[in-house]
Design a protein around this ligand. Structure first.
Ligand code: C2E
Ligand code: CA
Ligand code: CA
Length: 464
């Protein structure tokens, strides 16, 4: 056999040249080559028709990794590349940047209807994809920036599209989010909030307020929900609906959960020691908390530090958690129940949780979202709907709690329907520990004004 060293060298050079320009796995341009090609295209076309630069992120590839490992995740990347190729025009540029991001540069204008439709086609091509014989719907977040109106610099266009994609990831939308000038500051604001939260946790800026859950038959306080508050030295009160979603994107949400759990348990213990009996305290757990492998273990370990019965703790988990990952949710609930903790499903009715899911999971309570309670005394439809929910919960042996009762009429309807417990401004706005202690002390008197028979609990009977 003749060794043709020159030919080998040429091949080597070719391969080297290829790997310098292309991503080996997908055959798409790598980022440096994409940048050069796009700059050349924009310069070489003085008519400078508008170009859309789309940044597509594959989010949450963990499931693919666990199923198939790295090779599987790369197979998915190849499918994505194939799908993109099949849908764009011949003069579009396709690139891959990092492991999970893709770039598409195609002719389309910011205010051009056909362009928007074609951009949406690019997104639609990604759903669903077949990988190793399975059909999967990758979670994607995509952002777009336009040449020349957003920027005439390739570097900047890519940065802007990436910012917009980050934004898309936050709102968890499947739509392509278009870059706008305010985005820089939004991202900066989120970043600032995260930095300040970290500081705030160290400097005791967080605290809990408590809101009672009242038995709608007897008027007794069944428990209290602990809600977090952040008092920032410069900004004042920041609401949890603002900072929890940002905390959920980092380890901060775990620190917040640990803080809430520990503080709520210690406080409950303190009240009990003062003779203010609070049968149960509820702490909110985010889906991000519950997904953590060692979630149940960490709950048990905190419970172990504080002399309190596990049955005095309830964890509230949102309905969307059950909906998004039923198996994981079921596993977690079982682990927590084994510890002796009670589980409530929060915001019930805001996402449709199949009856079957609820049947399979050993839950204790269901909190009916406030949007069903609001004005229920003025709507027969809402009343009928809540009646069905309460009946269904009863079949499943779940305690029902009506959230956000603000008016007397709403209380009356929920009582008539047979809902077990109620919570809301009507009884008590969420209050700091000290004030809640006063509430606990005064409630037996106050509850009469809500039509509950007798305020005072019967004196305990001496067992002798
Ligand atoms: P949520 O768990 O559904 O909590 C109930 C929310 O309704 C609370 O808002 C409470 O203050 C409010 N509320 C109570 N009664 C009424 C009423 O009669 N009318 C109206 N309109 N609202 C009422 P808040 O404290 O602003 O909390 C908002 C959300 O933030 C909570 O919704 C929960 O999802 C989350 N959150 C609060 N604390 C924590 C926490 O420690 N950890 C986590 N992960 N999330 C928390
Ligand atoms: Ca809650
Ligand atoms: Ca709720």
């Amino acid at each position: 056999m003749l060794l043709d060293e020159d030919a080998d060298d040429a091949l080597d050079r070719q391969i080297l040249g290829y790997s310098q320009r292309y991503d080996i796995q997908t055959g798409l341009l790598n980022y440096p080559a994409f940048r050069v090609a796009l700059a050349a295209q924009l310069k070489g076309d003085p008519a400078a028709r508008e170009v859309a630069l789309i940044w597509i992120d594959l989010v949450n590839l963990r499931r693919e990794f666990t199923l198939w490992g790295w090779a599987g995740a790369e197979a998915l990347a190849r499918r994505v590349a194939g799908a993109l190729r099949s849908v764009v025009d011949a003069d579009a540029l396709l690139g891959r940047i990092g492991g999970r991001s893709f770039l598409v540069a195609m002719r389309a204008g910011k205010s051009d209807k056909d362009g928007r439709r074609r951009i949406q086609l690019v997104m639609d091509s990604l759903l669903p994809l077949r990988v190793h014989g399975s059909e999967i719907n990758p979670e994607v977040a995509a952002g777009v920036a336009f040449f020349p109106c957003d920027s005439e610099s390739v570097e900047e266009l890519v940065r802007f599209a990436s910012l917009a994609a980050t934004r898309a990831g936050y709102v968890r939308s499947r739509a392509v989010v278009a870059f706008h000038a305010g985005m820089n500051s939004l991202i900066m604001r989120d970043h600032l909030l995260e930095v300040e939260m970290r500081k705030g946790l160290e400097q005791d800026q967080f605290s809990l307020v408590y809101q009672p859950k009242v038995d709608l038959t007897t008027g007794q306080v069944l428990g209290a929900e602990a809600l977090i508050r952040w008092n920032h030295p410069g900004w004042g009160q920041v609401t949890p609906t603002e900072f929890i979603p940002i905390a959920e994107r980092s380890d901060l949400i775990h620190r917040i959960f640990d803080f809430s759990l520990r503080t709520a348990l210690e406080q409950t213990r303190r009240w009990n020691d003062l003779g203010l009996w609070l049968p149960m305290v509820a702490v909110n757990a985010s889906a991000v908390n519950v997904r953590r492998n060692d979630f149940a273990r960490s709950v048990r370990s905190i419970l172990g530090e504080i002399p309190i019965a596990p049955a005095q703790l309830e964890l509230e988990m949102t309905e969307s958690m059950a909906f998004d990952d039923e198996d994981l949710f079921t596993t977690r609930v079982r682990q927590l129940k084994a510890i002796g903790v009670s589980i409530a499903i929060d915001d019930f009715g805001t996402r449709y949780t199949g009856f079957n899911v609820l049947k399979r999971v050993p839950l204790n309570a269901m909190k009916i979202d406030q949007c069903f309670i609001r004005g229920i005394d003025r709507s027969q439809d809402m009343r009928a709907l809540c009646q069905t929910i309460v009946a269904m919960a009863r079949q499943l042996k779940l305690r029902t709690v009506a959230e956000g009762i603000e008016e007397r009429g709403e209380l009356e309807v929920m009582r008539q329907i047979g809902c077990d417990a109620g919570q809301g401004y009507l009884f008590q706005v969420p209050a700091p520990a000290e004030e809640f202690g006063v509430f606990l002390r005064e409630w037996p008197e106050r509850m009469r004004s809500f039509g509950f028979a007798d305020g005072r609990q019967a004196p305990a009977i001496d067992p002798l």
